[in-house]
Design a protein around this ligand. Sequence first.
Ligand code: SAM
Length: 282
Amino acid sequence: MDLWYTESHTDHVRFSLQVKEHLFTGESVFQKLDILDTYEYGKLMTLDGLVMVTEKDEFVYHDMIVHVSMAVNPDIKNVLVIGGGDGGTVRELMKYPGIVHVDMVEIDKLVVDAAREYFPAVSCEVDNPRVTVLYEDGIKFIKGKEAVYDLILIDSTDPIGPGEGLFTTEFYSDCYTALTENGILINQNETPVYEKFFEVGISSNKKLKKMFPSVHVYQANIPTYPGGYWLFNFASKKYHPIEDIKEDVWNGLNIHTKYYNTALHRGCFALPNYVKEKIEHG
Ligand code: SAM
């Protein structure tokens, strides 16, 4: 049978993958979750009809959300992951023996359960004793926390449904307070290829700049996300992401990564002019 998964990226653009088998469908109070087995990208998880993770290209996103900050401050000890229920971000964090503890605050248990069953290579570290999984709304969780985390990774869905409040000034301000004086925040910041996504990314970047003295955008190629090209914000109270990279220390840790390396770290902050200009001038 000729079965295809199709996602609308804009009103005029669709992205399709041929499907071998529809493995699972489930619904929580927050969202609808599907797992499909595809020919080219292996297993795929969608939430409300949007790609979250595929077996073939998940390494790009998870490497880039984690290792950039860890190379800038390899002494990071306490980490908060907001969202990230597939477990990929936690898997990368657990490669660092110096990380003492990770709180992963995922609103939807269904995502974690489905990842455990269908993506064991992604979710493999969620039961690590250094990880606490909390099924809570990250927006509420962060409120009132002061100087607790060295790193906050916002591994969220787009700003619709439960993810909406993760793109607000109030939430970023709570994150700022929850970070230690060396603190770094990373958030996934959408694609610049399509206007509706880029507007979200620019707005998020502007809000962070009002709070953090050092905010820089970096990029990665993620084939199954809209535009195949994704941005992240690096926001820090103290560090410049390139001037302060501890290249020798990070390379000395001998951490195996499939996408990230320290040469790429320097390159990923070099943005194309159309992205740079829009971020700088709106
Ligand atoms: N890599 C994905 C991407 O960029 O498309 C995102 C990963 S996905 C696992 C994001 C997770 O954020 C989802 O599991 C979703 O349930 C969770 N999430 C959304 N809003 C949340 C909130 N307010 N608090 C905690 N988790 C949230």
